[in-house]
Structure formats: structure tokens, C-alpha cells
Design a protein around this ligand. Structure first.
Ligand SMILES: [Zn+2]
Length: 416
């Protein structure tokens, strides 16, 4: 496993003792934050974003946007920002040097030391980070919804989130994961990032990555694990519900398509920016902090529409300065079903290219929507059954997000 986090820094947690936190909450101003900022406070405090300790100041923002690095030279591709309405800043008379409580859904979450309050053109951020300022890009839409002012400063968590079932089973902080990897004796860990219920194409992606990660090791040293690292963030109508994704991935484990000692499922709180190659780098940084040594990147990783070439996220790892990342990319092309071989096959492997039957996400989705069990060559029956169960249990009858789910779903975590 990776012993240090990104930038060769040890992972630190920034969490305030319960009694001290209570005293601070009594005397400091409480400032409401969005759900994205709440998720990023949690990420910062547990070290998912190590070596960052807080939200970026203007100088760091410019450096990240223009040079893809922090002020000390550490690689960093996407700004981590706390946006704030001018009205809230004025109403609370927020000042540099002041400590305030960031509150989420009426509960205190984090302590912020205000280091700077500034403005920066959001469309410039979009252009520099996403390569476009077009409204069709979801990352641009997200930036446009942000407030116009930014507050910089280090944060500490005052209140640790309580994850609700089934999320609680899959929530691991970087320090917890590192401990588990050490207990399992995993010398190498390959991360698989996903927002999907797994079909067999995904399963083979992971299996292929496991082979690649192990390829140079003698049999005695095959201590390699696959960490499924699901992204949990905002949802849109038509996305798979979070519960079906996590529990569907876990089925591959429970039904032993992966041996139990080489595979585990977890998640990261993150609001996708769809920044293609730059987002691939950020995902690599987060998984370095989790202790992973390798990270899979498939076709069009974190891309959207035709903004990035499907393999830009592969090429970016050759463009960054040597030694700026402490994790190896495992670059994966495509798996599909070959009816001549009667098996799943890989880009450039068998010669039956005319007969190629790609895994079609939309076809599998429409089968699931119609409750038609796909053949086991496409989706494992245990996974399909789990998706159906969880549609009833968590999705108001649908495995895909509906308006009803978005309005009435149980929260991922609560604060007390
Ligand atoms: Zn074939």
C-alpha cells in the first residue's frame, strides 16, 4: 500500500474534540453552507484531499487553474473552493482572521479560520479547468450556480457525520482504509472508480486491472486488492440510485466473483466536475490518500459529451512531471462480448472484430427498467436480483433516480 499521501505528506485528520467543539459552537457565528461544501469539509478533515487543509485562497486558485499545482509545487488539478453569497458575508459581517462555524442543515459541521475573502471570475475557472465555458458542460453549470465570493481558510471538523444504512457499511476514512489494507497484507491496491451497478464488462475491467497490477509478482507475493471506490454526490433523474450501486458492487464480493480477500467496496463523497483528464488526476490523488498504489482509468474517464478525447485521461499521466504522483495509472481499453469466442474479450485481443457486441449501458438499463433479467454473460444474476430488491427498498420501486427519490430519499449522512 501507499504509506504516505499525496505530496509525500502523512495523512492527518483535522477533528476537534467533542467538548471543545461544544464550547466553540456556543460562542461563534454560524454560517450555512451548501451540500457540496459540506461534503468537501468532510473530505478535507479526514484527509481525502491531503495535503490540503482547507479551502483555497486566490493565489492558490490561480496557480491550480493555470499551472495545475499548489504554491509549494505539488500537483493539484481542480480548485477546492468555498463559495459564499455576498449577502451572507455582509449580514454576518465576516472578517479576515475570524473563526466561524460552518453549519449544514441547521447543525454545526466545521470550524473555519477565515484567511481571505475574494472574488474570481467563475467562467475563467471553467475555461481554465474544464477547457470550456459552455453551458452544456455540467461542470460549467455547477460553477455558474455557485455564489460569486470565495472564502479561504483551514477547516476542522466539529461534528462527525453519521452515515445511514446501507452507506455506513461502506464508509471508510483514509486512515481506516490504510489500517484495513495493512491488516489484509495488501502490498498493492488498485482503485476502481465507479458510479455504476456492475455489469460483467465492469467486472472484467476490475479483473483485468488486477492482472495488470500483479503481472510482475511471483506467486508468493500476490497480495493485491481491488478497492471499488464509488462516487457519492449529487444525483440526477435517471442515474442509478446510490444504494443499488454500493450493494450491487458488494454482490460481486458476496457471490464470490471476487475472492473475499482480494476485493472490497467503499465510497468517496465527491461532486463530479466532469473535467476529463484533470479530474482523472484528482481521482488519482484521492486514491493515493486512501492508500492505493494503482488506479484504473477506462475509456472517457470523468468525461462528458465530446469535450475530451476518450483517451485524454490516459495520456495526461504522461504529460505531468515525473514523480508528481505516487500512484500508477492502469490504463484500460474496452471489454466486450464476442459471440465467436463465446466469451468476454478485450480491445486488440481476439480477431473477431466484425462480430463485436459492446456492453451497452443503455440496453442494460432498459432491460433493468423493464425488470427483464439480462443473460449472465452481461450481468450476474445476483447483481440483478440485488438491484431489483434495492429498487423496492430504497428507490420507491425504481433502481433509477426519480423525482420522488430525489425529494424523499433517506439522507446519506446526518449530523447531530
Ligand atoms: Zn472473439
Amino acid at each position: 500500500m501507499n504509506f504516505t499521501g499525496h505530496g509525500n505528506k502523512l495523512i492527518e485528520e483535522r477533528i476537534i474534540d467533542f467538548n471543545d467543539a461544544k464550547k466553540l459552537v456556543m460562542k461563534l457565528k454560524k454560517i450555512p453552507i451548501s451540500s457540496r461544501v459540506a461534503r468537501e469539509c468532510i473530505d478535507l478533515a479526514y484527509g481525502f484531499f491531503s495535503p490540503l487543509h482547507g479551502f483555497m485562497n486566490a493565489k492558490t486558485l490561480v496557480s491550480v487553474c493555470q499551472e495545475m499545482k499548489l504554491l509549494n509545487g505539488t500537483l493539484w488539478p481542480i480548485p477546492i473552493l468555498l463559495d459564499m453569497d455576498k449577502a451572507i458575508i455582509d449580514k454576518n459581517n465576516l472578517k479576515i482572521g475570524e473563526q466561524v462555524i460552518l453549519s449544514y442543515q441547521g447543525q454545526p459541521l466545521a470550524l473555519l479560520d477565515i484567511e481571505e475573502i475574494y472574488q474570481y471570475d467563475k467562467l475563467k475557472i471553467a475555461q481554465e479547468v474544464l477547457g470550456t465555458s459552455e453551458e452544456q458542460h455540467p461542470g460549467v453549470r455547477m460553477l455558474k450556480q455557485w455564489s460569486d465570493y470565495f472564502i479561504a481558510g483551514p477547516i476542522h471538523l466539529l461534528n462527525q457525520p453519521r452515515f445511514q444504512p446501507p452507506f455506513d457499511r461502506f464508509w471508510y476514512t483514509p486512515l481506516q482504509l490504510r489500517k484495513i489494507f495493512a491488516e489484509k497484507g495488501w502490498e498493492r491496491v488498485v482503485a476502481h472508480q465507479t458510479r455504476n451497478v456492475p455489469h460483467t464488462g465492469h467486472e472484467w475491467l476490475m479483473k483485468g486491472a488486477w492482472f495488470s497490477t500483479n503481472g510482475d509478482l511471483p506467486v508468493e507475493k500476490l497480495k493485491t486488492g481491488v478497492l471499488v471506490s464509488c462516487i457519492i454526490g449529487p444525483k440526477r433523474v435517471g442515474d442509478y440510485i446510490d444504494e443499488a450501486i454500493l450493494l450491487g458492487q458488494q454482490k460481486l464480493h458476496d457471490a464470490k466473483y471476487f475472492r473475499n480477500d482480494i476485493h472490497m467496496v467503499s465510497f468517496v463523497l465527491w461532486d463530479m466536475r466532469y473535467a476529463g483528464p484533470k479530474e482523472a488526476l484528482l481521482h488519482a490523488i484521492i486514491r493515493t490518500n486512501l492508500g492505493c498504489t494503482h488506479h484504473m482509468f477506462g475509456r472517457d474517464h470523468a468525461g462528458v459529451g465530446s469535450y475530451y478525447d476518450p483517451y485524454d485521461a490516459h495520456r495526461v499521466f504522461d504529460k505531468i512531471p515525473k514523480g508528481s504522483l505516487n500512484i500508477k495509472p492502469v490504463r484500460i481499453l474496452e471489454w466486450w462480448y464476442c459471440p465467436v469466442c463465446g466469451e468476454v474479450t478485450y480491445s486488440g485481443l481476439c480477431g473477431h472484430t466484425k462480430e463485436k457486441q459492446p456492453f451497452s449501458g443503455s440496453m442494460i438499463r432498459s432491460m433493468i427498467q423493464d425488470k427483464v433479467k439480462p443473460t449472465k454473460l452481461i450481468m450476474r444474476p445476483e447483481v440483478f436480483n440485488s438491484v431489483m430488491e434495492n429498487a423496492d427498498k430504497y428507490g420507491f420501486g425504481s433502481p433509477f433516480c426519480t423525482e420522488e427519490y430525489l425529494n424523499r430519499r433517506q439522507p446519506v449522512f446526518e449530523l447531530s
